[in-house]
Design a protein around this ligand. Sequence first.
Ligand code: AMP
Ligand code: ZN
Length: 138
Amino acid sequence: MNDCIFCQILAGTIPSHKIYEDKDVIAFLDISQTTIGHTLVIPKQHVRDLFDLEEKLAGHTFAVATQLAKKIVPLVGATGVNIVNNNHAVAGQAVFHFHVHIVPRFDAHTDGYHATWANNMATTSAETLANLATQLRR
Ligand code: AMP
Ligand code: ZN
């Protein structure tokens, strides 16, 4: 996986500010620092995205993200945090080695992080929702 930038960070051939490591996972500061303390948690195993990630490793990666968020947020003086995971280019994934973003939040409008959520309640019928839920419960 020589062409994977996160595998290169793992191997130490690309420098990073590593903040956590155990046998399965590492975390390091995101180079973009969208907000101060922006961190990435990755499995050591090269897994492309959520669809290839085994559930136990997913659980551990998110557990580490949870622990680190609780440490980072008070340390940088943030008042909230977004935990973000992008899968596939359509969802904004740019590095194709699974990762969880920890983005400390300071201001809902001006701190540099933006996510917008449309409300399509008016154009989604009750029948559509009921059918979808039925299929998903199967
Ligand atoms: P995503 O869009 O979810 O795939 O996010 C990829 C993230 O990787 C971006 O936030 C980048 O800033 C970050 N990134 C890319 N290269 C590096 C690097 N060498 N060190 C730390 N973070 C990086
Ligand atoms: Zn990789």
